[in-house]
Design a protein around this ligand. Structure first.
Ligand code: HEM
Length: 405
């Protein structure tokens, strides 16, 4: 069917339920790479579809602000915006630069590599549960356990609290899907954020009283920003930021990764024969099935992107799902290829706000798939996978599989 501009709606979350609209994105990259999309609330945004343009927007954090309007397309009410401004992801320079500089050392590759044995032990427990159950809903029964357990280990959170934190995170980020967030967009969401921040503040208070320990939680608590230790409130926001940024994204990388491998049995067989290919496979999973479709910016002054004038105050969305399949950067971009190298995928963003948890996410991805393939010589789909209704989360909500040890 011929595509007409009038028929295109890349905002409507229903359009993402069966699959991301890759054909529409390919058409727009060719014909309208900076595309104006209206939204039901009467506003609209510039969809940035080319890889180079997403990079350009990300590299101008003052001109294209994460703070002015936040990073999701729906405008927040002023109180919500006021809260989110305290999160790293929604801060602009110079405040962002300072907080990022002070906290980044806690998340360096070398620091995260120290967690390898713990992450492997957690993965083995998860696979043991999979072996016991045999038939699982992979997203929640197994994949979800890794980020919440690893975050718990990282920060020193009691095991008994981890499921609740996981649930808050899911509500906060799954807002457009009525099954994930029955209270509707914006409602359960902000309650869950507040509950999480409150937990973070209490956690900070308790951990400070308990005294020294060597986990990342303790080191973050000791971090000084502009000569002052983070207050419990600042820590609370940072805590929410880490949970919401790291939970669903990692769960999605693991579950969409498994589905993609099952859909490409030759490459799965190759991975089983040569585990050293897993590192590249994880990178390609991230490109091909990027966990987040986009992040937003707001123009703080008149600007131009690829010849298109952008007015001060306009919203822009860097569409990672489109950029990751841009033929100008990736050969045979619609093809899943675990050997792809180089692979400059944008699934972790780029520049100022480049994912702080990138080394942890890659470590978790590699070890999880190593352990999954070792534990189960046969993995089969037993039903239809179901996807989240969301233009933000490129996520599965059900992945029924049988695991044979
Ligand atoms: C596969 C898993 C993950 C994906 C796909 C992902 C993706 C992203 C993206 C796209 C951004 C920001 C881009 C922007 O606004 O320009 C980001 C930022 C961030 N991520 Fe991740 N992330 C993942 C895992 C994690 C984990 C495990 C953590 C926590 C340990 C984490 C913590 C953060 C933080 C704190 C930021 C904000 C950084 C800043 O604004 O300077 N992420 N992530």
């Amino acid at each position: 069917m011929a595509m007409t501009l009038e028929s295109i709606d890349i905002y409507e979350p229903d359009g993402y339920v069966d699959a991301p609209p890759h054909e529409v994105f390919a058409y727009l990259r060719r014909e309208h790479p900076v595309f104006w999309q209206n939204m039901p609330d009467g506003t609209g945004y510039w969809a940035i579809l080319k890889h180079a343009d997403c990079v350009e927007v990300a590299r101008e954090p003052t001109l294209f602000s994460a703070q002015v309007g936040g990073v999701v397309l729906e405008d927040q009410v002023p109180e919500q915006l006021e809260q989110t401004k305290n999160m790293l992801l929604m801060m602009d320079p110079p405040r962002h630069t300072t907080l990022r500089r002070e906290t980044a050392p806690c998340f360096k590759a070398r620091e995260m590599a120290r967690l390898e044995d713990r992450v492997r032990a957690i993965c083995r427990t998860i696979m043991a549960k999979g072996a016991e159950l045999g038939e699982v809903e992979f997203v929640h029964d197994l994949a979800a356990l890794l980020p919440s357990q690893v975050f718990g280990e990282l920060m020193g959170i009691p095991e008994s609290d981890r499921a609740q934190i996981n649930r808050w995170a899911e509500i906060t980020t799954g807002g457009q899907d009525p099954e994930v967030n029955p209270d509707g967009y914006g409602n359960g969401q902000s309650d869950a954020s507040v509950a999480m921040a409150t937990y973070g503040i209490e956690f900070a208070h308790r951990r400070r009283a308990e005294g020294d320990s060597d986990d990342v939680g303790a080191r973050l608590l000791a971090t000084e920003v502009e000569g002052q230790p983070m207050s419990d409130l600042e820590f609370g926001y940072f805590f929410v930021q880490l949970v919401t940024a790291g939970n669903d994204t990692t769960r999605t990388m693991l579950s969409s990764g498994l589905l993609t491998l099952l859909q490409h049995p030759d490459q799965l067989a190759e991975l089983r024969r040569d585990r050293s290919l897993i590192v590249g496979a994880v990178e390609e999973i991230l490109r091909f099935a990027n966990p987040l479709h986009y992040f937003r910016r707001t123009a703080t002054a008149d600007a131009v992107v690829r010849g298109q004038p952008i007015a001060a105050g306009d919203k822009l969305a860097m569409i990672y799902t489109s950029a990751n399949r841009d033929d100008a950067v990736f050969s045979d971009a619609q093809r899943f290829d675990i050997h792809r190298n180089p692979n400059p995928q944008l699934s972790f963003g780029i520049a100022e706000h480049f994912c702080l948890g990138v080394h942890l996410a890659r470590l978790e991805g590699r070890i999880f798939f190593e352990e999954l393939l070792s534990a189960f010589p046969v993995i089969e789909l037993t039903g239809e996978p179901r996807r989240q209704r969301s233009n933000l989360n490129n996520a599965l909500k059900d992945l029924p599989v049988r695991l044979r040890a």
